[in-house]
Design a protein around this ligand. Sequence first.
Ligand SMILES: Nc1ncnc2c1ncn2[C@@H]1O[C@H](COP(=O)(O)OP(=O)(O)OP(=O)(O)O)[C@@H](O)[C@H]1O
Ligand SMILES: [Mg+2]
Length: 229
Amino acid sequence: MLISGEPGIGKSRIAQTVAERISAEPHIRLRYFCSPHHQDSALYPSITQLARAAGFRRGDADEQRLAKLEWVLAQGTNDLSEAVPLLADLLSIPTGDRYSPLNLNPQKRKEKTLHAQLTQVEGLAARQPVLLVWEDVHWSDPTTREALDLLIDRAPALRVLVILTFRPEFRAALDRSAARNANEPQPLAAKATRRDDPEHDPRQAAPQGDRRPDRRSHRRGAVIHRKRD
Ligand SMILES: Nc1ncnc2c1ncn2[C@@H]1O[C@H](COP(=O)(O)OP(=O)(O)OP(=O)(O)O)[C@@H](O)[C@H]1O
Ligand SMILES: [Mg+2]
């Protein structure tokens, strides 16, 4: 769901209202906030999301932060061996000798970190439907935009509802991402009913072959709220 509009027109309010309307449905909500002050800080919205979800406190020792990170990542995966060192590195938490050193070049580290984040969302979505609210993505850093591209590509096959809010100037960048996403959106509630179906594998819901990156299907794939004075 794309919510675009001028500053102060009510984008966040619409996102909040959507969240409230589905609050009775069992789901997990993840919120990401892009900031004008951190546009050059790679994955800043993901870092702050993880820190909030893990419940980091100002005086936490490194060991406490690592334990909290392990706990939060365990909500989405049973295999922490790769995700923890990658995301601990992202959050500048030393892992000591608890995990093997990463020994990755920067490009590979970035790829694996983005993959670990997506795997986390996939893991959560396999357990409960997930609402992801990405606020003010016009302020997103380039690596976050890569993460969003991956998420948007993958979202149709998962029990997720992704809401992006942004100012109009960001429209063109999102069009390029969303054009690749040719699947019908499904209401979170409708997806939630599948949770109880043991035959249903959410990862099979949208075979690659069904993706038709044409303009018509792109329009179906995005719900755009525009409010103008
Ligand atoms: N439908 C509404 N009725 C009453 N007040 C509203 C409504 N929509 C938005 N507002 C109020 O207008 C103000 C701006 O709304 P909001 O923060 O949602 O805008 P925004 O589009 O997200 O702005 P920004 O681009 O700066 O993030 C808020 O105080 C909000 O509560
Ligand atoms: Mg806002």
